[in-house]
Design a protein around this ligand. Structure first.
Ligand code: AHR
Length: 505
């Protein structure tokens, strides 16, 4: 949590960090990923059989090695919008028998050469946990139950045996399951009203938990600040024993929200993720409201927020049906750092956050047949995932604010937009980590720092100007490492992300 005092323009900023005041535990799942059958994410991204850079499974080794550096705890799959017409059964069994199908989300052809067993294997090789999304478009409840049985079944039953026949004896024990994706969207096959969705999601949740009470079920919310979120929470977040269900366990464990931010101008671009922060705050209140209105007993765990699609994305610049390949700039990297500050500051409410997506599609990691490129946005993600874990700690920021336009416009009405964006953590290793984005295009900011002692490790992400990208064959943005003997103040360079790290006393 970062509290804030607004200063006048001429006043110098200050940050005070209080490692003894632990606010909330950071769920490692805020560093989750997402791989969709979209563009070159799966085919040509993580799966590239025949390429000299791939292993015997067809998995790109360079991609796996790079993603291992991000220490990704969970990966969402296989969509996204793709999910609304996907039948998992098409993607299992002998490859030569798998059907090719027209794909309606991105208007391609799905060959089904990569499916459930391949994804599970890929997760094992990467050392991550799967998170599967159910088909709420053309899919049926029978099909969803069959998929859970295929993945998790231990008994002598048809789909558990089909998994065994396909070469996998042990269950995969997939814990996380989403009740559809963006079902509210007009672009969705089988778009639903909130009433129809809430009814169906609750009934599906009941059946799924009867089959496997250990599942973590994720309700399909919208942005977190939509009436859809209010309605679906109100109708699905009920006491475990309610008139709609005799289930012994709560049916809804998490509420999913999505938001992509962007602007052609730097300051609206870099402050846009604060819309995500407000979205989390509003969703958190909507969860409380549903619990209050529905008399959910205090003994029932309070659902957390699953921010299972977030990133910087301009869908006009990088169109979905053309593969959504963004070429990220330094400004975008700073926006991603602000996004990650948001998740750290809001760690009390956020149970998972999935960057959309992990490879090629609106991604920090790009592939070509010959290798990989780490985009500008890779570097803040890498530093956060490496260091910003453990506990969110109390921090106070005093700073002047940017007062211009924001994107979306409403950010200006509901959030302060200080020149420095800050979060801080205390790791299990006893180190304090402070993440600071100086959003100013042209001003280095000398800042009084209360907290750092001794030798401080410094990691800086910046570049010559805000437009530089790593996609032109040259790494214009990376991490510069240095040290700093803690004195009273530190100068945060213009348009930079800085991570300071020292041993707590
Ligand atoms: O991540 C790209 C797409 O954006 C996803 O398929 C969809 O859920 C969202 O609209």
């Amino acid at each position: 949590m970062t509290t804030f005092t607004k200063l006048n323009d001429q006043d110098a900023p200050s940050i005070s960090i209080h490692p003894t005041r632990r606010i909330s535990k950071i769920n490692p799942n805020i560093y989750a990923g997402f791989t969709e059958h979209m563009g070159r994410c799966i085919y040509g991204g993580i799966y590239d059989p025949g390429n000299k850079l791939s292993d015997e499974n067809g998995f790109r080794i360079d991609v796996i090695e790079a993603l291992k550096d991000l220490n990704i705890p969970v990966v969402r799959y296989p969509g996204g919008n793709f999910m609304a017409t996907y039948h998992w059964i098409d993607g299992v069994g002998p490859r030569e028998n798998r059907p090719s199908r027209p794909e309606l989300a991105w208007l391609g052809t799905e060959t089904n050469q990569f499916g459930t067993d391949e994804f599970m294997k890929w997760c094992e090789v990467l050392g991550t946990e799967p998170y599967l999304c159910l088909n709420f478009g053309t899919g049926t409840l029978d099909e969803a139950l069959a998929w859970v049985e295929y993945c998790n079944g231990t008994r002598d039953t048809y789909y558990a045996n089909l998994r065994r026949k396909n070469g996998r004896e042990e269950p995969y024990n997939v814990k996380y399951w989403a009740l559809g994706n963006e079902v509210w969207g007009p672009w969705q096959v089988e778009q639903m009203t909130q009433e129809a969705y809430a009814h169906k999601a609750y009934q599906w949740a009941k059946a799924l938990k009867l089959l496997d009470p250990s599942l973590v079920l994720i309700l399909c919310g919208q942005t977190g600040f939509a009436s859809w979120d209010h309605y679906t929470l109100k109708h699905c977040l009920l006491p475990a024993h309610s008139e709609l269900s005799t289930s012994a366990v709560p049916l809804i464990d998490m509420h999913s929200i999505h938001l992509y931010t962007t602007s052609d101008s730097h300051l609206p671009n870099v402050t846009a993720p604060l819309a995500g922060e407000r979205a989390i705050e509003i969703t958190s209140s909507l969860i409380d409201l549903a619990m209050i209105e529905n008399n959910v007993p205090p003994s029932q765990p309070r659902p957390t927020i699953c921010f299972d699609e977030w990133n910087v994305w301009d869908p006009i610049r990088a169109e979905g049906s053309k593969g959504a390949e963004e070429s990220y700039t330094l400004s975008d990297a700073l926006a991603v750092a602000v996004w990650l500050n948001v998740f750290v500051r809001k760690s009390k409410d956020v149970g998972m956050a999935c960057i959309a997506q992990s490879v090629n599609v609106i991604s920090p990691l790009m592939t070509s047949p010959d290798g990989i490129t780490k985009q500008t946005t890779w570097w803040p993600l890498y530093l956060f995932s490496k260091y910003m874990r453990g506990w969110t700690i109390s921090t106070h920021l005093a700073s002047a604010t940017y007062e211009g336009e924001t994107s979306p416009k409403w950010v200006r009405s509901v959030k302060d937009t200080p020149w420095l964006d800050v979060s801080a953590t205390l790791g299990e290793d006893g180190y304090v980590n402070v993440a600071v984005v100086n959003i100013s295009e042209d001003r280095d900011l000398e800042t009084r720092l209360d907290g750092p002692t001794g030798q401080v490790a410094v990691f800086t992400v910046t570049g010559d100007n805000l437009a530089v990208s790593n996609m032109n064959g040259k790494q214009e943005v990376g991490v510069a490492e240095s040290t700093w003997e803690a004195t009273g103040s530190y100068v945060f360079p213009k348009h930079s992300f800085t991570l300071l790290r020292w041993k707590a006393e």
